[in-house]
Design a protein around this ligand. Structure first.
Ligand code: ADP
Ligand code: MG
Length: 392
């Protein structure tokens, strides 16, 4: 079929044609938005945690779009992508205020703009602060140099402004597991501060990251467990996986034959990235507007290639020989499940668990594996164990 019309979108952060299986989370967000607008009240902040390729970034993008569509103050950053976290946050918030000055009366934004300018000059002295309005920096609220306190002060003023305007504030932080502990502690401090205010301010922070993120937040400050609503972003259930393949095709008057669909779903196992990769390559392989089992067979081969090249191989090639030994042992012992570090050491031919410590820590830093619990190790990418098992 014509690749030009291909609706499927494999690849990091690419919006799928249908955001399948996430209705309850989006419904909850709708409630948060309405409560903020109607009552000026907020709720607990969220942490979205899950493996790579399950759709966390896409969800953040959707929340951002929904917030900006309703003229909210909304900022989105990816940790590590554009410099240190405080400066990145300052720039994203500045951009959000530039948008806000186009929608809301300037007089009601001035105090916040001044406080944000103070914050921005402090954390990002070389950056240009430009919100389209000339304001003086407000001193003493968000420019102490202690990030936790400054964020608390800034977000409090933001929430007052938002309440006054009948909107809310949304702050999205992707790849939060990459943030240094001091940044995590500062974010916890600010969220904790907001949580103490009564009524609860209409600010929602949503952090997304690997399954290790809840434990990292808890290590940064002891009270983090109660600060956030933790939401696991997981594989799609069978009904949602089916919709993810069928609906985008049907919208273009293309049908999947039942046996073709079952074969594709079997391989995808509900993993959103696989669904998009399979959908894309099967579409390109299909000869008519009814996709059959033969098209799936050809498409799957290409999809496997894409996933190997796009997801697994680069990760494997970044690993040193010692790190590969650990991954092989993990693939062999745990497969898709976590395995005990002690057993991995033995399987890798080591005398002591500590003999694989360096490799283990480096693999975690590279985001290839994570510790679902102390003493355990698991892959961050679904299907990585099968790829590793095929390498020699
Ligand atoms: N709910 C969903 N339904 C269908 N496909 C999805 C869904 N969420 C994400 N995808 C697809 O999965 C892939 C990975 O999404 P991404 O947001 O980058 O994952 P993560 O940030 O968790 O690594 C993309 O190709 C995206 O189009
Ligand atoms: Mg992502």
């Amino acid at each position: 079929m014509n690749p030009v019309d291909n609706p499927y979108r494999p690849g990091a952060g690419r919006r799928p044609p249908l955001l399948a299986g996430r209705a309850s989370l989006l419904d909850n967000f709708e409630v948060v938005q309405t409560r903020a607008e109607v009552r000026g009240e907020g709720d607990r902040s969220w942490v979205l945690n899950g493996l790579r390729g399950v759709g966390k970034t896409v969800l953040l993008g959707e929340l951002f779009a929904r917030a900006t569509a309703r003229q909210w103050i909304a900022a989105k950053i990816e940790v590590g992508a554009s410099g240190p976290l405080p400066a990145a946050l300052s720039r994203a918030l500045t951009a959000s205020m530039r948008r806000a000055t186009g929608h809301h009366p300037e007089a009601r934004l001035r105090r916040l703009l001044g406080v944000l300018k103070g914050f921005s000059l402090r954390v990002d002295p070389t950056g240009a602060f430009s919100v389209g309005v000339d304001v003086d920096a407000v001193r003493g609220i968000a420019d102490t140099g202690r990030l936790g306190d400054d964020l608390s002060g800034l977000l409090e003023v933001m929430s007052e402004t938002a309440r006054d305007l009948g909107i809310g504030v949304l702050i999205l932080v992707d790849e939060l597991q990459e943030a240094p502990e001091e940044s995590l502690a500062a974010i916890n401090t600010a969220v904790h501060h907001l949580g103490q205010l009564d009524p609860a301010p209409p600010v929602l922070l949503v952090g997304a990251g690997l399954p290790s993120l809840p434990a990292q937040l808890a290590d940064a400050t002891s009270y983090a467990e109660r600060l956030y609503e933790y939401r696991n972003v997981g594989l799609l259930d069978p009904g949602a996986a089916r919709e993810a393949l069928v609906v985008p095709a049907r919208d273009l008057e293309v049908e999947w034959n039942p046996d073709a669909l079952e074969a594709a779903l079997d391989v995808a196992r509900g993993y959103p990235y696989f669904l998009q990769a399979i959908g894309k390559h099967v579409w390109d392989a299909a000869r008519t507007d009814v996709i059959d089992a033969d098209d799936v067979e050809v498409g799957l081969e290409a999809a496997r290639q894409e996933v190997d090249d796009g997801l697994y191989r680069s990760r494997w090639e970044r690993a040193t020989p010692a790190q590969r030994d650990v991954m092989r042992a993990l693939a062999h012992l745990g497969g898709a499940e976590p395995a005990p570090v002690a057993d991995i050491a033995v399987a890798a031919g080591k005398a002591r668990t500590s003999d694989i410590s360096v490799a283990r820590v480096e693999l975690i830093k590279k985001g290839l594996v994570y510790a679902p619990e102390r003493g355990l190790l698991a892959f961050t990418v679904p299907g990585m164990h099968e790829f590793v098992a095929r390498q020699n």
